[in-house]
Write a protein that binds this ligand. Structure first.
Ligand SMILES: [Zn+2]
Length: 196
């Protein structure tokens, strides 16, 4: 059974999935939030060494800001094949705000993973689930669906908003999540909710 721990130390809800072998963090917050990240770990009685992998639902600045900091602390950044071309898409935002805490991701040190191999990768962490490409909010968006039905979707627009967008890509992402057994959705900003 995978344990789900919510970590929030800024505006983004991040989730730590504790497998029985390895632990995987989904998303980080903005660059410069590392001290707050450590405080939140402390509140949850966790250490940075408890985190083996970092998975980023999409490479917007409020989800990937600490990627390099966490890599420097020994956490392995898992990048899906559908995300590789987008890992630097937020660099210009941090450069524009002259953020002294931001370091672009070093491409040489990422752990590349093909979507087709995601079940195998997760099973090695003793987490039963799949990672899917789920575009709609951004092209590089991915979701992790546990076999027990919990799905981590980042900023995918909630189901009740889907008709407003009239976007086939978004509707298809929701169909894919449901066909993979998603029953409860963990968002990064919206309120978590059951699948309708
Ligand atoms: Zn976003």
């Amino acid at each position: 059974m995978t344990k789900i721990i919510q970590l929030k130390y800024g505006n983004t809800k991040c989730y730590l999935l504790k497998g029985t072998k390895k632990n995987l963090l989904i998303d980080t917050d903005w660059a410069g939030t590392l001290p707050k990240f450590f405080q939140e770990l402390g509140r949850k009685k966790l250490k940075v060494q408890d985190i083996d992998y970092l998975l980023i639902t999409h490479y917007h600045p409020d989800h990937m800001g600490l990627a390099t900091d966490l890599m420097n602390l020994g956490i392995s950044l898992v990048v899906l094949d559908c995300q590789i071309a987008y890992i630097h898409q937020s660099d210009y935002i941090f450069q524009k705000e002259n953020n002294p805490d931001f370091q672009p991701i070093n491409d040489k040190h990422i752990h590349k993973l093909n979507l087709a191999d995601s079940r195998h990768f997760l099973s090695e962490c003793r987490i039963s689930g799949t990672i899917l490409s789920s575009p709609g909010h951004s092209v590089d968006s991915i979701s992790l669906v546990l076999d027990s039905g919990e799905a981590f979707v980042g900023d995918l627009y909630p189901q009740e908003q889907v008709p407003l967008y009239n976007n086939k890509i978004l509707s298809h992402s929701w169909k894919k999540l449901i066909s993979h057994g998603a029953t409860f959705i963990y968002f990064a900003h919206y309120a978590n909710e059951k699948v309708i």
